[in-house]
Design a protein around this ligand. Structure first.
Ligand SMILES: [Zn+2]
Length: 331
């Protein structure tokens, strides 16, 4: 726009009514969010409906370039087939992404974004779909691992079979039970972190989640739990165990599990401020925490880019599965 025309436009802004000013602000915010998204996400190379690469541009709608597939004749945009497809109120997505970076609660975020709680709840779970499937794919060097437990929570669910527990509280039994969910956390000294929800803790479930990501030459560090030692022995892995009950916390100055324990404590403290997380959403929160831990200087635009990436799959959390689940990473 020419300087003269721009000056004229600025002059005209004065005559806008408060309602029109608000509409203008929303429109600018919307364009900022869409610019952020299109900067971060590449245009689809193929049709999300039929995979054909033969397409043409088909106008712009809601600030997003549309494409029309020449094979199936369906139209799509950069968000079609991503977790962000068809979500509304794009003008506040940048604000919402900032809330995720700041770990705001559903309620705080709804207030900040000016939408209702159901909307921020739906957004949170759609937008965390990708982060939850992004774990470390490779742990090497010294790899510390440990299990941490979360009280089973049916927050938000009706028709409970048992009497609800007061917020907080503690489990009656130690270890994995109907009252607690175990999360295995493995972390190397470069801060790469993998976690997995375990439905059982034994050498086989450990193998299932650890072997795909842990380097064969890695040096494992853990506490002296029998299943950890059995796992290392069976798969010929080097394991240094820490005997905390004998108050030996560090061996030969380098073998310890203080990094993974510190991560577990941060995770627990962080989860606490959400006033309990329903077990069925635990995976999303684990992914969220990993993301914040790994990406210290993430911008809202970069975060939207991650959230809208195509083709990330995460195996659903299924309580009926006999043993455990694995968080699957796909490129
Ligand atoms: Zn097509």
């Amino acid at each position: 726009m020419r300087n003269k025309a721009f000056a004229k436009l600025l002059g005209q802004l004065k005559s806008l009514t408060p309602f029109q000013k608000e509409k203008l602000q929303l429109s600018l915010d919307h364009h900022n969010a869409m610019d952020a998204i299109t900067d971060e996400i590449d245009a689809p190379q193929s049709c999300p409906h039929c995979s054909s690469t033969d397409h043409q541009k088909w106008g712009v709608r809601s600030g997003l370039q549309r494409y029309r597939c020449n094979s199936c004749e369906k139209t799509y945009n950069v968000l079609t087939g991503t977790p962000l497809a068809r979500l509304r109120h794009k003008e506040v997505w940048v604000d919402f992404a900032q809330d995720i970076i700041e770990s705001k609660t559903i309620r705080e975020s709804a207030k900040h974004c000016g939408v209702n709680k159901d909307t921020t709840f739906r957004w949170r779970h759609r937008m965390l779909n990708n982060p939850k499937s992004l774990g470390a794919r490779h742990l090497h060097g010294i790899v510390e691992f440990d299990e941490t437990y979360f009280l089973e929570s049916h927050k938000g669910e009706r028709n409970l079979e048992r009497t609800p527990r007061k917020r907080g509280g503690s489990a009656r039994k130690r270890g994995i039970s109907s009252e607690q969910t175990a999360v295995l956390v493995a972390r190397d000294r470069n801060g790469n972190t993998m976690d997995a929800i375990l439905f059982k803790s034994n050498q086989y479930t450990l193998a299932e989640v650890m072997l795909p990501v842990v380097d064969k030459d890695a040096l494992l560090c853990s506490d002296r739990k029998t299943s950890y030692r059995a796992f290392a022995k069976k798969y010929h892995l080097t394991l240094e165990t820490i005997n905390a009950s004998a108050k030996v916390y560090v061996k030969e100055k380098i073998y310890h599990i203080q990094n993974v324990n510190a991560y577990d404590s941060r995770l627990k403290a962080w989860m606490k401020h959400f006033n309990g997380v329903a077990t069925k959403y635990l995976e999303s929160y684990l992914g969220w925490m990993r993301l914040l831990d790994r990406e210290k200087n993430l911008t809202p635009a970069q975060l939207l880019g991650i959230m809208a990436k195509r083709g990330m799959v995460c195996q659903p959390l299924m309580r009926t599965q006999p043993t455990f689940i694995t968080i699957i990473n796909t490129p």
